[in-house]
Design a protein around this ligand. Structure first.
Ligand code: PLP
Length: 383
């Protein structure tokens, strides 16, 4: 869609041309079932093996530790439910108040079945208190489940420290790295992760393809039983084009990671411009954050109204997580951060990508301030 300015890369990203090129032959030329014993099957199996190596290399893992899934959501379900089922004598999980709905929904489901879930809060900048995490882990704790990077605020949790704490207490450590891949280095060894999930469409791969890292020796029960694919850990005929795309996107993400420095400069330029607007707050500004994400809050403005106005001008943004768009209540992340109502109602998430240009940021900065002024003049919340 030429002419559109896309500042919603945390919702999803375009498939990179080199990723699409890698995928195309696997739809209708070399289309074999990776489980078939003939030449076409062998070709597909080889492609899946290669994709597994590419994903493992991105994470500093071994290929045997990678299980392919249909999404990050599926990988999260598998990680949490599988870890709980593998240690039925332990019935306690620790997580945070700002996790993605996928993690929250699985844990709510488990809580209804009797699992005790400790949900740790964050401070006004979205930061976690490490001492509180340490104090929350008990002998009957199965799992510590946290995100590496928040999808709304971009705030980074200190995953390496959290991994050390969990390991010292003998607790499994699950990291939702969906928003981290391609934006910051991700290393399952440095993070002491036992389980880590990702999703290809967040780093210019195809939608509907994800992966779960399961550390060697970590037992978790599979829940998608079927034809023995993924060494019995996830049944279902392999999505060969999708996995080829995931592998190519993983390799590309690792190669282009240094380019995030340029994205960070553009993001900083955007924030400097936004901060010239009266009564604006950049949420999470005091915490380590992803280089591409700005969560800006404009007092006295409806975020939804601002989103619609920007949409009319060809600028695509979000008011929070993509999933919460359409709901007018401040998101669970904003509530957990204790953002005052006047600001929480007026939040805009702008998430940049590798293709974002300075001209696009300048255009956004030319459009947003007058729209904020206009909406404030109309808003019953305006002071
Ligand atoms: N976890 C986080 C932090 C996310 O941002 C998302 C998607 O927005 C997910 C999990 C779910 O990813 P998927 O839609 O690929 O299942």
């Amino acid at each position: 869609m030429s002419g559109l300015i896309y500042l919603d890369h945390n919702a999803t990203t375009p498939v990179a041309p080199e990723v699409l090129d890698a995928m195309l032959p696997w739809f209708s030329q070399t289309f074999g079932n990776a489980g078939s014993a003939h030449a076409l099957g062998h070709l597909s199996d080889g492609a899946v093996v290669h994709a597994r190596e590419q994903v493992a290399a991105l994470l500093n893992a071994s290929p045997a530790e990678i299980v392919f899934t249909g999404s990050a959501t599926e990988a999260i379900n598998q990680a949490i439910r599988g870890a709980l089922e593998a240690q039925p004598q332990k019935r306690h999980v620790v997580t945070t108040a700002v996790e993605h709905p996928a993690v929250q929904a699985v844990l709510q489901h488990e809580a209804a079945k009797g699992v005790e879930v400790t949900v740790l809060g964050v401070d006004g900048e979205g930061r976690l208190d490490l001492a509180a995490v340490e104090a929350a882990l008990r002998p009957d704790t199965v799992l510590l489940s946290v995100m590496a990077a928040n999808n709304e605020s971009g705030v980074l949790f200190p995953v390496a420290e959290l991994g050390r704490i969990a390991k010292a207490k003998g607790v499994r450590f699950h990291v939702d790295a969906t928003q981290a891949i391609g934006k910051i280095p991700v290393d399952v060894v440095a993070w002491d992760a036992d389980l880590l999930n990702l999703s290809a469409h967040k780093f210019q791969g195809p939608k509907g393809v994800g992966a779960l890292f399961i550390r060697r020796g970590v037992r978790i029960k599979p829940f998608l039983l079927g034809g023995g694919q993924e060494r019995g850990r996830r049944g279902g005929t392999e999505n060969v084009p999708g996995l080829v795309g995931l592998g190519a996107a993983a390799e590309r993400a690792a190669r282009l990671l240094p380019e995030m420095d340029r994205v960070r400069l553009l993001r900083d330029h955007l924030e400097a411009g936004l901060q010239a607007i009266p009564e604006v707050r950049i949420l999470g500004e005091g915490a380590p954050r992803l280089p591409n994400t700005t969560l800006a809050a404009f007092a006295g403005v409806e975020g939804e109204a601002l989103l619609l106005k920007l949409n009319q001008q060809g600028i695509c943004v979000s008011t929070g997580s993509a999933c919460s768009t359409g709901h007018r209540e401040p998101s669970h992340v904003l509530r957990a951060m204790g953002i005052p109502e006047a600001y929480a109602k007026g939040t805009l998430r702008l998430s940049l990508g590798l293709s974002t240009t300075e001209a696009e940021i300048d255009r956004a900065l030319a459009v947003i301030p007058p729209l904020v002024t206009e909406l404030r003049s109309l808003s019953p919340f305006a002071r």
